[in-house]
Design a binder for this molecule. Structure first.
Ligand SMILES: Nc1nc2c(ncn2[C@@H]2O[C@H](COP(=O)(O)OP(=O)(O)OP(=O)(O)O)[C@@H](O)[C@H]2O)c(=O)[nH]1
Length: 806
């Protein structure tokens, strides 16, 4: 017959009907809190430790309990109702023996979470087990294991066993005392390494009071303790130094089931009710193993026990701490690395990540607090050592981000600095030094602020070196800007000087005179002086060195001189200077002293006037030839170092020769220009001569008589023909109207202008004709006298060669 416990809770499953999965037994269907009621065989019959304890503890919801949990183990002879007691006390579902078979049910060590309590309960295989026979090895190992991990050992025994050696588990207790001495004997702080031995006397009938039973048991325990062979240094240690003893009795489960249930409930409240004055879980009993390390700790203990090695708990705890701290650190690091990775790409891509410092601080503190939360419960030395390691890894992971951020910040600040410089130098009304100072201050301020933000304060990271580099680059950029500005200012000064030079040079070169160069050079010096002064006043804000200013001024001077020269070159180009000579000549030959155009008469001395005007004009050429003022004080000399100091191209500088620039027209050029001018002058001469020839041609008086005779008939025809006569009258009327309206003058003027234009055109054609190479045609033997020109008086060879064209 299968016996069901009469307890209200829990429902105890029958043997053979539990689904056994990987050493774990699932809760029976219908139980409210299934996962928390799973039990697990942590040590099987072959003394192997389970691999599932860690996940089981997690499933029980105790993994993060820290120290907020308790462990209880039950010891006792086989089939003394241990499982029944535990199920009653803790609501667990350990197997209970089938009455009909009376076979041992609990094998190895089982563990289950107490219902409604953060307590892990261990059901240990009964001692003097029939199946194990004389195998005391398991009993010893189980005792060692339970003592190393449990706070309370429940010793379960029948009332009638009290006073007996075998039945009362005295052998087991002796083992417990022995292994306890080995484990905690040397511990100085015995107060924190205590264990409660809770004796539960079953089937207590009541005839022998509990006090008597406990007295007997205490006396037996003392006897066992005293009989132990202790090491010399522990000789004076008492049982009470290591153990607290507590005794309780439960009525007969079969004979007094209600009282039994009530007794169990009373005992249960000692485990569950913290306010109960007999509350059993005292801090001193706790083994101080954090819940998330219990599985590994127990496995380590069992391994030590199993291999019969000396079980050194501090070492075990240290090993556990190392293992768990590593594990916790790697979990914290994994999450931290994910977070850090999210910003690695933008930093590597050159971006300045906003608020990177606070992000890094957050990641770091999250990782550390996660580590501290779980690892600080472990061995303190190990915890601290591993924390330092973790900190090292975190900092070395963040360091590249910090350095990358600094580099990116450096670049970004420099770009902003350049932009600020460009923006600041827009327009004309700016002070370069102020622009640089403002941009530099802004740049350094931003770098300092953002670099400091990115720095983790508990590190030795620094950003000052990077700031120094930034400062150097900012200076280089500012210097470059200054150099560009200097060049721009030089160019501006150059343009202004060029513009101002244009007019006076043109004016004075057009009105050639002996003091022409004096005037030009004086104007030049004045303009240059003004230009230099303007340059210096503007360049003051550049904070240039003396040397830089000297070089800039040398450049300004050289450029100004070259500008003057190029203007002079422009004004003395072949066509321009020939134009000037022609104008000069025309003014003297074609116009009289009042500026009225000359009308040549036969009696005029054309040749003399021509010669005079031509010679006067030719005298101008030597004047233009060299920049040579008549007054030596007006002379200008470009400083000899102007060329070498100039900021312009070095190649050009080396070739610059000031003396050479004073020469405007070479000898050959003068000869060439003189010859070309003579040809032009000759044309004017010929034109003058033609005008006199045409003016002397007159109509003879008899020609008018001939005209009257020859035209008589035609006149009569007109007078007597009504149509012709009408036309004549119309013509006369038109003439009368014109006279009456006073339009005669304008009409004559118009006619005169047309005639002049025709004459001018003809003269131009004629001049063109004479300047053609056809002048080289062979000379015809035509008497010179016919032309009316006295050729020997002419010096011009050309005219001598062209008599037939006249
Ligand atoms: N007389 C009596 N019998 C009990 C009591 N509690 C349980 N039993 C019975 O004793 C038998 C053994 O019970 P278990 O709870 O399996 O005992 P156990 O010590 O866990 O057995 P093993 O696990 O095999 O060592 C069962 O048939 C129970 O019904 C009790 O208080 N008094």
């Amino acid at each position: 017959m299968t016996q069901q416990t009469s307890l209200n809770s829990p429902v105890i499953p029958r043997e053979g009907i539990h689904p056994y999965m990987n050493g774990k037994i699932r809760s029976p269907a219908g139980q409210a809190n299934g996962s928390t009621n799973d039990r697990i065989q942590i040590v099987d019959e072959q003394k192997n430790f389970t691999t599932d304890l860690s996940s089981q503890i997690e499933q029980w919801g105790l993994r993060d309990a820290g120290f907020g949990y308790n462990i209880v183990a039950v010891f006792g002879s086989q089939s003394t109702g241990k499982s029944t007691l535990l199920n009653g006390l803790f609501g667990t579902n350990f197997d209970v023996m089938d009455e009909t078979n009376r076979r041992q049910t609990t094998k190895g060590i089982w563990m289950c979470r107490a219902k409604g309590m953060d307590v892990m309960v261990m059901d240990v295989e009964g001692t003097d087990g029939r199946e194990r026979g004389e195998d005391q090895d398991f009993e010893r190992k189980a005792a060692l294991f339970s003592l190393a991990s449990s706070e309370i050992l429940i010793i379960n025994l029948w009332e009638h066993q009290v006073g007996l050696y075998q039945g009362a588990n005295m052998g087991l207790l002796k083992t417990v005392f022995e292994v306890n001495l080995g484990l905690f004997g040397k511990s100085q702080d015995s107060a924190s390494q205590r264990t409660l031995l809770l004796f539960v006397i079953r089937d207590h009938i009541g005839t022998t009071p509990l006090a008597n039973l406990s007295g007997t048991l205490t006396a037996d325990l003392s006897k066992i303790w005293d009989g132990l062979s202790k090491p010399a240094e522990l000789q004076d240690r008492k049982l009470s130094d290591y153990f607290d003893l507590s005794f309780t009795a439960l009525p007969h489960k079969i004979l007094a089931p209600e009282k039994f249930v009530a007794g169990v409930q009373t005992l249960r409240s000692r485990f569950s009710d913290k306010d109960n004055e007999d509350f059993v879980f005292k801090p001193a009993y706790h083994k101080r193993i954090p819940a998330d390390g219990v599985a590994i700790y127990m496995e380590g203990i069992w391994e030590q026990v199993q291999t019969n090695k000396d079980l050194d708990l501090p070492t075990q705890q240290e090993l556990l701490a190392q293992f768990r701290c590593d594990e916790i650190a790697s979990v914290a690091l994994a999450e931290f690395s994910e977070q850090a990775k999210s910003q690695r790409r933008p930093v590597e891509a050159g971006r300045v990540v906003e608020g990177l410092g606070s992000l890094m601080r957050d990641w770091k503190s999250q990782a550390l607090s996660r580590y501290d939360r779980d690892a600080s419960r472990y061995h303190q030395d190990v915890y601290k050592r591993k924390r330092a390691d973790l900190l090292g890894v975190i900092d070395s992971t963040l360091s590249p981000l910090f350095l990358g951020q600094l580099k990116n910040l450096h670049k970004s600040c420099l770009v902003t600095f350049k932009k600020d410089m460009v923006a600041g130098m827009r327009g004309d009304a700016y002070n370069f030094a102020d622009v640089v100072a403002a941009a530099r201050e802004k740049c350094e301020k931003r770098f300092t602020q953002e670099a400091e933000e990115a720095r983790l304060h508990d590190t030795d990271w620094v950003w000052e070196d990077e700031l120094e580099l930034l400062r150097e680059e900012v200076k280089a950029v500012a210097d470059q800007c200054r150099a560009d500005e200097t060049k721009k200012l030089i160019n501006l000064t150059d343009r202004n000087i060029r513009k101002q030079l244009s007019e006076p040079v043109e004016l004075h070169l057009n009105t050639a005179s002996p003091d022409m160069w004096d005037k030009i050079l004086n104007a030049y010096k004045e303009i240059l002086e003004k230009g230099e002064a303007t340059y210096l006043s503007k360049a003051r804000s550049f904070n240039c060195t003396e040397e830089e200013n000297t070089r800039a001024l040398a450049t300004v001077r050289k450029r100004a001189w070259l500008a003057l020269r190029s203007k002079i070159d422009e004004q003395t180009a072949d066509t321009v200077i020939l134009g000037k000579l022609r104008t000069h000549f025309e003014e003297r030959f074609r116009y009289d002293e009042h500026g009225v155009p000359q009308v040549w008469k036969p009696e005029d001395d054309i040749d003399g006037a021509f010669k005079k005007a031509r010679d006067q004009t030719l005298e101008l050429l030597p004047l233009y030839a060299k920049i040579a003022p008549s007054d030596p004080s007006a002379a200008y000399e470009l400083p000899s170092d102007a060329g070498t100091l100039s900021l312009d191209d070095a190649q050009v500088d080396e070739e610059f020769d000031f003396a050479a620039t004073l020469l405007v027209l070479s000898e050959t050029k003068i000869m060439d220009l003189s010859s070309r001018f003579r040809k032009d002058a000759d044309a004017y001469y010929v034109e003058a001569k033609r005008s006199t020839v045409s003016s002397i041609a007159q109509i003879p008086t008899w020609m008018y008589g001939v005209l009257v005779v020859l035209g008589w008939n035609e006149a009569m025809t007109v007078l007597f023909n009504p149509m012709y006569f009408t036309m004549l009258l119309f013509a006369l009327a038109t003439a009368w109207v014109i006279i009456q309206l006073g339009l005669v003058g304008p009409l004559l003027q118009v006619s005169q202008t047309i005639a002049n234009e025709v004459q001018r055109q003809a003269a131009a054609r004629l001049r063109e004709h004479f300047s053609q190479p056809q002048l080289e045609q062979p000379v015809r033997s035509r008497p010179m006298a016919e032309t009316g020109i006295e050729m020997d008086e002419l010096e011009s060879d050309d005219i001598k060669r062209r008599p037939n064209t006249l």
